[in-house]
Design a binder for this molecule. Structure first.
Ligand SMILES: C[S@@+](CC[C@H](N)C(=O)[O-])C[C@H]1O[C@@H](n2cnc3c(N)ncnc32)[C@H](O)[C@@H]1O
Length: 311
């Protein structure tokens, strides 16, 4: 990256007003964002938009404690450089902590690259850094996929981590429930624990329930048809399944909450926010992927209007 760090913030603002290509402008904005020299914007003017810029630039415009939930997946390690930008994990993590509301959640979906025969361990390093800067590692969830067969000397690679990080105790948890394997035929009854003096203390009760809270390993397949029905989205190489975004959005946020995706890609998180009545904010470096996301969102709105007209 051309070293704009040697310029003063005043010089950079002057350069930004002049003519320059978009990539150079973005690089200047990143330097200003790093110096915290960007005016904060009213959050309401930032919502329901995807910003074609680096996430550190978008986040620098966001006030403290304004985001309810972030769901995001960084580029794989070999792709952490893009058109001269390098994704700086620690800066992104620090900013995510600053903008997350108290009780808000960040879901960081990540897996390790294998370089020269050894996994890099970047996922664990990311999780431990999040803890170091103040997040709770609320849950280490697993996204189990249908593995793509590969020729190598180990078992087929079938999962990614979904680190659920919270700023304090999560303020929202709407657990997904699944049917119990066996029907509960017992009557509602109280549970007691023996106290030291041999008397009993009521500690809870079990009702007749035929469902239970889901486990923290989610089997969600990838590949054409499973991920989304939006053909245009497949022009992006690494889309989230809509089901994965949906499950996290309903679990950790409520209607009208603000959901951020710092690596928006093809716009999956924004689309699911539209469908579940949440507000979204996204950052995406690539103009091509921003255009795909915008088309996808337009189609979602048009299909929804069409459905409503048909009712
Ligand atoms: C793993 S993909 C995310 C895919 C997305 N979850 C979806 O469903 O389409 C990561 C994306 O981050 C973008 N990206 C990389 N560095 C970035 C940065 N610093 N700021 C914003 N976007 C970035 C890449 O262009 C890529 O589209």
């Amino acid at each position: 990256m051309k070293n704009y760090r040697h310029y003063s913030s005043r010089q950079l603002r002057k350069l930004l007003r002049g003519k320059s290509n978009e990539i150079e402008k973005q690089k200047m904005l990143i330097v200003l964002a790093e110096r915290n020299k960007m005016p904060k914007r009213d959050i309401e003017f930032m919502t329901n938009k995807i910003f074609n810029e680096s996430n550190v630039v978008t986040m620098a415009k966001l006030p403290d404690n304004c985001i309810d939930l972030t769901i995001t997946s960084p580029p794989y390690e070999d792709l952490r450089h893009y058109e001269g930008y390098t994704f700086d994990f620690e800066k992104v993590a620090n900013e995510l902590y600053r903008i997350t509301k108290k009780g808000g959640v960040v879901v960081w979906v990540v897996s390790d690259a294998t370089i020269k025969g050894t996994e890099t361990g970047a996922s664990f390093k990311d999780a431990l850094y999040f803890k170091k800067i103040g997040f709770n590692l609320h849950d280490t969830m697993i996204w189990l996929k249908n593995p793509m067969p590969q020729n190598h000397n180990r078992y087929e690679q079938a999962f990614e981590y979904m680190f659920v990080l919270s700023k304090g105790k999560p303020k929202t948890f709407n657990p997904i429930r699944v049917p119990k394997l066996y029907k509960d035929t017992r009557k509602k009854r109280n549970f007691h624990r023996n106290k030291k003096d041999n008397s009993k203390k009521k500690v809870g009760f079990v009702g007749k329930q035929n469902d239970k809270v889901d486990i923290n390993v989610w089997k969600i397949n990838v590949g054409g048809g499973h991920v989304t029905k939006d053909k245009i989205a497949y022009q992006h190489p690494a889309i989230f399944p809509e089901k994965l975004a949906y499950r996290h959005i309903i679990s950790w946020s409520n209607e009208n909450d603000i959901v951020y995706d710092s690596f928006m890609g093809s716009g999956t998180v924004a689309k699911v926010c539209l469908l579940t009545n949440r507000k979204y904010i996204g950052s995406e470096l690539s103009k091509k992927y921003c255009d795909i996301a915008e088309t996808r969102l337009r189609q979602t709105i048009e299909n929804d209007m069409f459905l409503k007209l048909k009712q």
